[in-house]
Design a protein. Structure first.
Ligand code: COS
Length: 386
């Protein structure tokens, strides 16, 4: 067993760290305030291979591993969680294309996304009334000529307003009783210019304000036969396996946000004086710092274990759920303690910890709530999976 990075992993981590510190961190407050990530940041990330960390170089990616992806994601999230989630979704879409796409689909979409020729793509699974239970989605696709006609609505779509294409899930089973629920769902690639596709309202969010979140409306959106991704009616499993990988990414994102908050809290505790001494001298503060570091290390080990299994091509559904559950809950506690250490200053926008507090909260919700992660973990144990 090795607990150290080899040279290539260390290189990916240091290039992500350097880019994050030099290009992203100085703009993080403005990204949060303006609601936009500068184009040059997204392009710079793509040039470093960060928009397709585990995508082979032949398709425009960095040709690295899911372990490297965790290392890079932590660094980017430490600087700016909004930029990190944009990167996370691009990587997730890229991995879906790599695993399930035809050669033609990879040529047309994957290489452009991973290399940065297009800035973003979106994952359009959730709907206004179907989030935790995607098997109940209502968007439909029915055959029309030599293609499919998609109708319905999607919600909570990250980067949806500037994505060049979308991976869209829709019901293809019609009224067939054997194709209801998760069984009758297929996956399509829909280009943003497709007639009938429109961007709906932009969410005004508590955090991650630099990352856009929109609704999508599909009014008789026709796509050709070759827009089908993977097998007909096989879309639910594509979504589930993409989310398995995505959950490792969100664990890493939460760890990155909390790392930043903890570092800032330690600095603040050393500088701030109360009753004639730095507050770092008080045991109450020391225990908060000690608990935070311990929980963050445990979270990081869980994230790397899940990424290790994924790298090895072994099952990792449960381990990804455990990593996401523990890391996001721990990160929330760490950021909350960091804010507490800052006292009143933690509650105002002057200090970054206020942004981290808003940003970290959603990690317990998106890509599967903590409750869904517990369900995934328990089901796997009760089925006797080792
Ligand atoms: N990888 C591959 N296949 C999977 C899978 C996974 N991780 N999880 C489930 N499946 C398969 C099952 O094996 C089953 O296949 P069969 O019909 O051949 O047996 C099929 O998918 C349906 O699985 P299941 O019956 O478990 O589906 P449920 O509707 O009960 O849903 C949960 C399972 C709750 C785990 C799923 O709905 C889920 O993850 N929900 C959260 C969704 C989410 O994260 N939303 C946020 C999106 S933000 S982009």
């Amino acid at each position: 067993m090795h607990f150290e990075f080899d040279e290539s992993l260390a290189l990916i981590r240091s290039s992500a760290r350097e880019f994050a510190r030099r290009e992203i961190l100085p703009q993080a407050t403005e990204i949060d305030r303006s609601g936009q990530i500068p184009r040059n940041i997204l392009q710079g990330l793509a040039e470093l291979g960060m928009m397709g960390v585990a995508i082979p170089e032949a398709w425009g990616g960095a040709g690295a591993t899911p372990i490297a992806y965790v290392a890079a994601m932590i660094e980017i999230a430490k600087a700016c969680a909004s930029t990190a989630v944009t990167m996370a979704v691009n990587n997730m879409v890229g991995e879906v294309l790599l695993r399930f796409g035809s050669e033609a689909q990879k040529e047309r979409y994957l290489s452009k996304l991973a290399s940065g020729q297009v800035l973003a793509a979106s994952f359009a699974l959730s709907e206004p009334e179907s989030g935790s239970d995607p098997g109940s989605m209502r968007t439909t696709a029915r055959r029309e000529g030599k293609g499919w006609l998609i109708e319905g609505q999607k919600q909570w779509i990250t980067s949806g307003d500037f994505a060049s294409f979308f991976i869209v899930w829709a019901r293809t089973g019609g009224n067939d009783p054997a194709l209801q629920g998760p069984r009758g769902i297929s996956c399509f690639i829909v280009e943003s210019q497709a007639p009938g596709l429109s961007i709906g309202h932009h969410e005004r969010k508590m955090g991650l304000r630099g990352s856009s979140t929109v609704a999508l409306h599909f009014e008789k959106v026709w796509v050709p036969e070759d827009a089908l991704l993977g097998e007909l009616h096989g879309g639910f499993k594509i979504a589930m396996s993409a989310l398995d990988g995505g959950r490792i990414g969100i664990a890493a994102q939460a760890i990155g946000i909390a790392e930043a908050a903890l570092e800032e809290a330690i600095e603040y505790a050393k500088e701030r004086h109360a009753f004639g001494r730095p507050i770092a001298d008080y045991q109450a503060i020391q225990w908060m710092i000690a608990d935070s570091r311990t929980e963050l290390d445990a979270a990081t080990l869980l994230a790397y274990r899940a990424a290790f299994l994924k790298t090895q091509g072994r099952p990792f559904t449960r381990e990804a759920a455990m990593a996401k559950l523990f890391a996001t809950e721990a990160a929330w506690r760490v950021v909350d303690r960091a804010l507490q250490i800052h006292g009143g200053y933690g509650y105002v926008a002057e200090y970054d910890v206020e942004r981290h507090y808003r940003d970290v909260r959603v990690t317990r919700i998106y890509e599967g709530t903590s409750e869904i992660q517990r369900l995934v973990i328990a089901r796997s144990l009760l089925r006797g999976q080792i």
